[in-house]
Design a protein around this ligand. Structure first.
Ligand SMILES: [Zn+2]
Length: 217
């Protein structure tokens, strides 16, 4: 296993750092619900709750953003340029953090108002798929047993999760386009529930994230 180990994999027993990525922000609000609820704000709210819970349990946590506004260089004059610059900043943060685990928080949106349910997507990196499946199952069991979604691989269009080197998942916590989930996503109690499940999923699964070939033997 040492020969196959990537530089992103820590030695046994080393402390991990969880990077919580509140999707979008700044010039990029993300999806907007029919009533005007902005994805970037919901993402940040849930991300900060996960940060608090993990910090409470002694986990080292880094946030990719802590507010709704972001700083850009003078070179980034268009929204597109700002998004690209921000994504590169987040990517550099993740790839320069030793023993990192990335949890990216987003909300789903669909033209049809019927789809509902949290869905976990995973990066192509080692350890990500099992982590995603674990959190997906926990979200179904605790949040909504009617949710039939399964963990899926991240599409190639999502830059961040296709370029990081560490285990990573992206949680689409709910559909802004579904009236019931949109209502729930505006309540602190529901966002706390989501954050608790995601944090608990990490805490329970953390030992397996960097175990490499060991969990196959
Ligand atoms: Zn998003």
């Amino acid at each position: 296993m040492p020969a196959a180990a990537s530089d992103a994999r820590p030695e046994a027993g080393r402390r991990l750092t969880v990077i919580i990525d509140a999707g979008h922000g700044g010039a990029d609000g993300g999806a907007v619900s029919p009533s005007g609820l902005m994805e970037s704000a919901v993402n940040l709210d849930i991300a900060r709750r996960i940060e608090l819970i993990l910090a409470f349990f002694g986990t080292d946590v880094v946030m990719t953003r802590t507010g709704q506004s972001l700083d850009y260089s003078d070179k980034a004059t268009t929204i597109r340029a700002k998004k690209v610059e921000d994504q590169k900043r987040r990517l550099n943060l993740v790839n320069s953090t030793p023993n990192a685990v990335l949890i990216s928080i987003h909300q789903n949106n669909f033209p049809d108002d019927r789809p509902f349910g949290a869905q976990v997507l995973y990066a192509p990196t080692e350890g990500s798929k099992a982590f995603a499946e674990y959190v997906q199952q926990l979200l179904i069991t605790v949040i909504n047993p009617k949710n039939r979604r399964t963990a899926v691989k991240i599409p190639e269009s999502i830059m961040l999760l296709n370029h990081i080197k560490c285990p990573a998942i992206l949680v689409e916590c709910g559909f802004l386009s579904n009236p019931e989930e949109e209502r729930l996503l505006q309540t602190g109690s529901y966002k706390l529930k989501l954050a608790s499940v995601i944090a608990a999923g990490y805490l329970k699964h953390q030992r397996e994230l960097y175990s490499g070939g060991m969990n196959e033997g």
